[in-house]
Design a protein. Structure first.
Length: 355
C-alpha cells in the first residue's frame, strides 16, 4: 500500500509539471514547435506532401482560390460562373455556391481571381463584366469597383478582346488593386490601378514593353498580392518574359524609386517562363510563385533569392499542368489551382533543411 501511494504521488507530480513518462510531451509556454523540413533533391526541388486533390463534381473550370483567416476556402469556376465556398477548407465536402451567371450585382461572367480582406469580405474579379465585386461577409448588399466603360481603352474589338482584367489584390485598409492586360502583349498598354474602399480611382500605373513606361516595363500582369506594408508583388510577362514586379508605396502612392523586378527567362532554378499565373506570401514572408509554364512552384525571398522549387514528381497524383492561382491557409498549407488538370490541390510544402 505504501509503495502504491508513493507511485501515485510521483505520477501526480509529473502530470502537474507537464512532463511525460515517455518523453516528448507538449511544448511548454513560449516554447517553439519545430517546423518540419526536408532536404532539397539534386535538382533543387523540395518535398511536397499531397493533402487533398479534388476535380470534377462541382468543379468544371477552377480559376481563382483564396483562404479566409477562419480557414474557409473559396474557388471561382470560370465555366459555371459561380464562386464555391468550402467551409473549414474541406474540399471533399459539398460546397456552398455563391452567385450565378449574369451582370447584376451578385452575378458573374467569367469570375477569376479572388481576394479576402481581414474581415472576411470577398472580392471577385468579375472579368466578363469588367469589374471587381465586393461581397460582404455579413450577407449585406454587394457593390462593385469599376465598370465596363472604365476599361474600354484596353479593349481590342477587332481582335474580339474585351475582358482585360487580369489580377486582383486587397490591402488591410480595403483598397483594391486591379491588374489590366492589353490585347497584344508588348505593343498595347497594361496597367495596375488602385481603388479606394469607396471605389474612387486613386492611381494608375501604365506600361508596355515597347513604348510608354510609367515606372518599369511590364506586360500582362496576371497575379498580384500586397503585403502589410502596402508593397505589391505582381507576376507579369509575355512572349517568353516572366518576371516578378515589386512596387512599394509611400504615403499611399507608387514609390518609383523603390520599384524593382526579379526573375530571368528560362527553365532553370529561379527562372520563369512566359506569364506566371499565381503569387502568394507565406507565413515566413516569402514569395510563392506559380511558375505556370514550367509546371512548378518556386519559393523566393522578397529580394528575389530562390529558396526552393516544388513539383509533384513521385507523388500519388499527376504532375502539375499549368498551376495558376495559389493561396496560403492559416495552417500553412497551400491551395493551388492546377488549371490544365481542372482540379484544386491542397499541399504542404516542406521548407528546405539547412546544410
Amino acid at each position: 500500500m505504501r509503495y502504491s501511494k508513493l507511485i501515485a504521488a510521483v505520477l501526480l507530480m509529473l502530470f502537474v509539471s507537464g512532463c511525460s513518462l515517455f518523453g516528448g510531451g507538449k511544448p511548454g509556454v513560449g516554447e517553439e514547435v519545430p517546423q518540419a523540413t526536408a532536404p532539397l533533391d539534386e535538382e533543387g526541388y523540395g518535398k511536397v506532401e499531397l493533402l487533398v486533390a479534388v476535380s470534377g463534381g462541382e468543379l468544371e473550370a477552377p480559376a481563382g482560390v483564396a483562404v479566409s483567416s477562419e480557414g474557409d476556402v473559396y474557388v471561382s469556376d470560370d465555366a459555371r460562373q459561380v464562386v464555391l465556398r468550402f467551409p473549414q477548407g474541406d474540399l471533399k465536402a459539398d460546397p456552398i455556391s455563391i452567385g450565378s451567371e449574369g451582370s447584376s450585382l451578385g452575378q458573374f461572367i467569367h469570375p477569376r481571381d479572388l481576394a479576402l480582406d481581414d474581415s472576411g469580405n470577398l472580392y471577385v474579379l468579375d472579368d466578363g463584366n469588367s469589374r471587381v465585386q465586393f461581397i460582404p461577409a455579413d450577407g449585406g448588399t454587394s457593390r462593385q469597383f469599376g465598370r465596363r466603360d472604365d476599361f474600354v481603352s484596353y479593349f481590342s474589338l477587332q481582335d474580339g478582346y474585351d475582358e482585360p482584367l487580369s489580377a486582383l489584390a486587397v490591402d488591410q485598409e480595403g483598397n483594391v488593386y486591379v491588374g489590366v492586360s492589353g490585347a497584344n502583349y508588348d505593343i498595347t498598354s497594361n496597367a495596375i490601378i488602385k481603388f479606394s474602399p469607396q471605389g474612387e480611382r486613386l492611381w494608375e500605373v501604365r506600361s508596355m514593353l515597347e513604348g510608354d513606361i510609367d515606372i518599369l516595363p511590364f506586360t500582362w500582369p496576371d497575379a498580384m498580392v500586397v503585403d502589410d506594408d502596402g508593397t505589391l508583388y505582381i507576376t507579369h510577362g509575355a512572349n517568353g518574359v516572366g518576371k516578378i514586379f515589386v512596387l512599394p508605396q509611400k504615403d499611399g502612392q507608387p514609390d518609383k524609386e523603390g520599384a524593382y523586378q526579379f526573375g530571368l527567362i528560362g527553365k532553370g532554378p529561379g527562372e520563369l517562363m512566359h506569364t506566371p499565373g499565381g503569387i502568394a506570401l507565406t507565413q515566413d514572408d516569402d514569395v510563392l510563385v506559380a511558375d505556370t509554364y514550367n509546371n512548378r512552384l518556386q519559393l523566393f525571398t522578397k529580394d528575389g533569392t530562390l529558396k526552393a522549387m516544388y513539383r509533384l514528381k513521385g507523388s500519388p497524383t499527376a504532375e502539375f499542368d499549368q498551376p495558376t492561382a495559389v493561396s496560403v491557409a492559416p495552417d500553412g498549407s497551400v491551395y493551388v489551382v492546377d488549371k490544365g488538370n481542372k482540379r484544386v490541390l491542397q499541399l504542404r510544402l516542406l521548407p528546405p533543411s539547412e546544410g
